[in-house]
Design a protein around this ligand. Structure first.
Ligand SMILES: [Zn+2]
Length: 104
């Protein structure tokens, strides 16, 4: 896959994650109900949402870094050892900064 296509793929994913985080933020801002039991359920839901939000933000940061490496012409090479990252690995993890060996 050409690097331009990777960039498009990463940008699409970025937009998707941004939209999802917006939904999560809105859900977290929603007022809680007065019922105690319902509140307990809602709090648990909030924790799940916060975890999802954090995972999403971590992925966004990773994708932004990958897009930065694309502009710098460094994309597809391991940030640790400099080895070329296999296409198969990039197909699964397009934003990964490390080769399979270094990611272990
Ligand atoms: Zn490496």
């Amino acid at each position: 896959m050409r690097v331009e296509e990777r960039a498009r793929q990463l940008k699409n994913r970025l937009a998707e994650l941004g939209a999802r985080l917006e939904v999560i933020d809105h859900a977290l801002e929603a007022p809680h109900s007065k019922d105690w039991e319902e509140q307990a359920v809602e709090r648990e839901g909030d924790e799940v949402l916060e975890d999802l939000g954090q995972a999403g933000e971590a992925e966004i940061a990773q994708i932004r870094a990958a897009l930065g490496r694309i502009s710098a012409g460094e994309y597809g090479y391991c940030m640790k050892c400099g080895a070329e990252i296999s296409q198969e690995r990039l197909d699964v993890l397009p934003a990964t900064p490390f080769c399979r060996t270094c990611a272990r």
